[in-house]
Design a protein around this ligand. Structure first.
Ligand SMILES: NC(=O)c1ccc[n+]([C@@H]2O[C@H](COP(=O)([O-])OP(=O)(O)OC[C@H]3O[C@@H](n4cnc5c(N)ncnc54)[C@H](O)[C@@H]3O)[C@@H](O)[C@H]2O)c1
Length: 297
């Protein structure tokens, strides 16, 4: 009798547990719990892997480059910050140090000068022992109309926004080939996917060039464990755009964007951090858009 009683209680308990499990699965509660844990895990993993990395950001004194420096520093990455403008770089380095980040190395570099780029990469290698990532954000914008672009302005645009990116990729790749690892992120633009809404034809041309350069470098360097991706931000509020577009023009661009606004530099920096990190470990030769829906291809 006692055994039968135990059997009945056990059977009832089993049925209740079974029903509860079905309910949980039906409502996806367990899935949600599991996914939440996985998301936390992957967020932690990205932060941990960035904390173990060190690399270079060009154009770090301002806008998207600056926001990227703050993002990667917050994740614990070692940084060499490069720009033509040294003073804002030093202020940024002090800000990062004060916030508890690793003290960045700062360097005045003109990316269109191959010798300076070579020294920059050597300095990063000396400082950190490796160059795990290279973010190329340095750039200029010019708005001159098609028939008015002087040859010198065309040459300057190519020298900074395309040849400069090539020099940085090439020098970083030399170190990365030895390491058999590395991630290069080249900041192209929505202009590199279509045409520029703010810049001139030379700006559109070089940004398309950055996409081609990134894809080719990805093909050649992939077998060495090096990833190269182009990042294509849309309209973003930075000193570059604030000084070149009037408010009415910015409002028109917002109205033509499904999200009805411009990006903040931080929103672009987090995509760059993703491309730098191992969270994007199978992505190379990609052209990643972040444009509020302004271009959907
Ligand atoms: N802001 C946007 O809407 C937008 C959109 C698409 C792409 N981009 C691209 O993003 C990148 C960053 O732009 P931003 O908006 O942050 O501009 P920004 O002007 O705020 O920052 C650019 C930085 O590059 C530096 N720089 C310029 N020439 C240099 C050189 N020869 N050597 C080293 N540093 C140099 C400048 O001193 C500046 O600090 C650029 O490549 C730009 O073309 C910007």
């Amino acid at each position: 009798m006692r055994n039968v009683g135990f059997f009945m209680v056990g059977k009832k308990l089993f049925r209740q547990v079974k029903d509860f499990c079905c309910l949980v699965f039906k409502n996806n509660i367990l899935n949600n719990i599991l996914f939440t844990q996985e998301e936390e895990l992957s967020a932690n993993t990205q932060k941990e892997d960035l904390a173990a990395k060190a690399g270079i950001i060009t154009g770090a004194a301002s806008g998207i480059g600056r926001a990227t420096a703050l993002n990667l520093a917050a994740a614990g990455a070692g940084l060499l910050l490069a720009d033509m403008a040294l003073e804002p770089l030093q202020e940024l380095a002090a800000e990062i140090k004060e916030a508890g980040g690793k003290e960045p190395v700062t360097l005045k570099v003109d990316v269109s000068d191959q010798g300076q780029v070579r020294d920059m990469v050597l300095k990063a290698k000396e400082s950190f022992g490796s160059v795990d990532f290279m973010v190329n954000s340095a750039g200029i914008l010019r708005r001159t109309g098609f028939t008015e672009i002087p040859a010198e302005e065309w040459d300057l645009m190519l020298a900074v926004n395309l040849t400069g990116v090539f020099y940085c990729c090439q020098e970083a790749a030399k170190v990365m080939v030895e390491q058999k690892s590395g991630s290069i992120v080249n900041v192209s633009s929505l202009a590199g996917r279509s045409t520029s809404i703010l810049g001139g034809a030379h700006y559109t041309t070089v940004k398309h060039g950055v996409v081609g350069l990134s894809r080719h470098a990805a093909r050649e360097l992939g077998p060495n464990g090096i990833r190269v991706n182009a990042f294509c931000p849309g309209a973003t509020i930075t000193p570059m755009t604030e000084t070149s577009a009037q408010k009415e023009e910015r409002d028109r661009a917002s109205a033509a964007t499904p999200l009805r606004r411009w990006a903040k530099p931080e929103e672009q920096a987090s995509v760059i951090a993703f491309l730098v990190s191992d969270a994007s470990s199978f992505m190379t030769g990609a052209c990643l858009d972040s444009n509020g829906g302004a271009l959907m291809v």
